[in-house]
Write a protein that binds this ligand. Sequence first.
Ligand code: KIV
Length: 295
Amino acid sequence: MTTVPISTTTQNRKKVTTLALRSKKAAGEVISMLTAYDYPTALALDQAGIDVILVGDSLGMVVLGYENTLPVTMEDMLHHCKAVARGARGALLVGDMPFMSFQVSVSEAVRNAGRFLQEGGMDAVKIEGGRERLEAVQAITGAGIPVMGHLGLVPQSVNQLGGFRPQARQASEARRLIEDALLLEQAGCFSIVLESIPGRLAERVSTQLGIPTIGIGAGPGCDGQVLVTHDLLGLFERFTPRFVRRYADLHAQMAQAFEAYKRDVEAGLFPAEEHTVEMTDHEWNELVKELNNAV
Ligand code: KIV
């Protein structure tokens, strides 16, 4: 197997910009996006050439073990954004604005969005919601910060939606979603995530918008696709949404590795000679002599 040093591939990668995503849409090229919350995952995603890395507030569920994303704070997000920014050089980095960081006032929304760039090392932010977020989107983009929208199943409103359920399956809701998408585009969003909505609705929205749509559980008609990386890797065992394709079963592999380590330690098979540092016989004999003289 030939391995390419990670540092070489990431250093050579051209930085993905919001304009590059638009060009991809225009050229009919599909955009790839995944989530990351730490340095090694960011490094691996960047090496794989993933276009966009989202530091999603899904970290509350898949990394921090909360029931939903509501407890995630700005400080949690910034901590993980900094780690991701240290690992990824080429991908466009998007920080997810957590619950209550943009809803209270437009000025708080702008200040918190700014922290994602200034402190977190992100290139852009993502905000959940439609027409009720237009003022915040305009103010944040007005401050020079690119904003990605998020419509359909918006997990921060899980209590209002009555659970993690598909959205916009009724014609009236679907019409409202199309209107919201157009309004977000007009307000300045550079892209919109469409989560858990009917495939033909997502396709319709994607053709109506000039900006790229990124689908999750929204079918193949979007301009790009995103998944939560822990779902794709089989690292999050609590539940797997229907729209996820698992590309690995790392939870099972981790469990096997931990059990093998425990067995080796208990049987005295680890550490072996090659894992142990030694000193020369001369130095050892010197030490023994000194110790014997001391008693
Ligand atoms: O928080 C997240 O990971 C997200 C994606 C599911 C789009 O919002």
